[in-house]
Design a protein around this ligand. Sequence first.
Ligand code: AMP
Ligand code: GLY
Length: 431
Amino acid sequence: MRVKVLVVGSGGREHALVRALLRDPSVTEVVCAPGNAGIAAETPVHGELDVTDPTAVADLADALDSDLVVVGPEVPLVAGAADELRRRGRRCFGPSAEAARLEGSKTFAKEVMRAAGVPTAESVSTTAADTAAAALDRFGPTYVVKDDGLAAGKGVVVTDDRAEAIAHVHACLAKPHGAVVIEEFLDGPEVSLFLISDGVRVLPLQPAQDFKRARDGDAGPNTGGMGAYTPLPWAPPDLVEEVVRTVAQPTIDEMARRGTPFNGLLYAGLALTSRGLRVVEFNVRFGDPETQAVLELLETPLGAVLAAAADGDLSEFDSLQWRSGASVVVVLAAPGYPASPTTGAEIGGLDEAAGVLGAVVLHAGTADSAATGEHRVVSSGGRVLGVVGAGADLTAARDVAYDALNRIHLDGGHYRTDIAATAADLEAAGS
Ligand code: AMP
Ligand code: GLY
């Protein structure tokens, strides 16, 4: 059978997806659009694609005669790319625009969770500043204020400073159709669990943890994610089973009951609080950078699973197979990230880094600059690279990732030095 896959997106997540799909013997060809310099070195790319335009996405899939389209980012999904692809008879892994509202509107996600009995933070959704202020005072500090809509990771403010919370309320409400969600603060460690769904069943991946703050020790502003690792040696052994039973399956059931089945990747962002597990957020696509760590250990051929989910029948997959050991990804960010990243700087040492045994250099914001006549890889986004290390345990995986990262040069680039450090120590102490 011929399976030609189109991956839509241009980040580290898409580079990891492309690599995992290329490993699948049932996949005959992988094309990525728009891609980046690292993806282009491995597979054909269509750099001109506007991913926000569902017609353009579907036109490209038609032109390529793709058998499966895997949509990486949330923006095309919320815009209806999956609907347009399915309308044209193209197989697509990714939810409809209606189902993508689980990420596109925090108010909608809360409504679904309430209807499905899924544990989440208590919240108030409103378009009125005084209602928001009253909710802040009812919940008390620490204040959690969320933009209702998509905000590329910048929509959430968690603060003890009431004035800052109020300022974010006003910023959210100032947007066209602005709405804001005020939540109770959730304590406890966070977990990202990805679940593949065919609209009816769910198939969990291995849980991961993401590091959202820019600097070591969880200091600095929130980012899209500065690193991640899997598995979680400290997590309760029944965590995945509990999330499937109390969060994922009820949500999938509720979406089906509403006539808007969720077919794609459900990303459950969870907090393991002192009062039990709570959903922090849902996303409707693979997480970035957790995917880079998680897919490194996946043994089950990815294309076959995603195609089965897209076809609405995951029944042949009871579970996914994983390599033993651990995987860690550390993100190299551009100077000024996240507030105002500077791009266009040459990246050195990529070959040396890729030569480290067990390391994989995944590109995120990179471009090939042929300006001087020779191909050079330059930075083109805030998160520039994700360096993955795999090893027998987290300590070994960390050593590999940082060994490789230390061989890369980007003027002013920054990365966290403590990705998976505490978990590696816990694991070492327990073994
Ligand atoms: P979100 O965009 O909803 O994932 O929020 C981004 C980050 O803000 C999360 O990963 C958490 O670290 C933090 N956060 C969001 N909601 C809460 C909450 N209710 N309590 C504590 N932290 C939160
Ligand atoms: N790693 C966080 C996200 O993908 O939203």
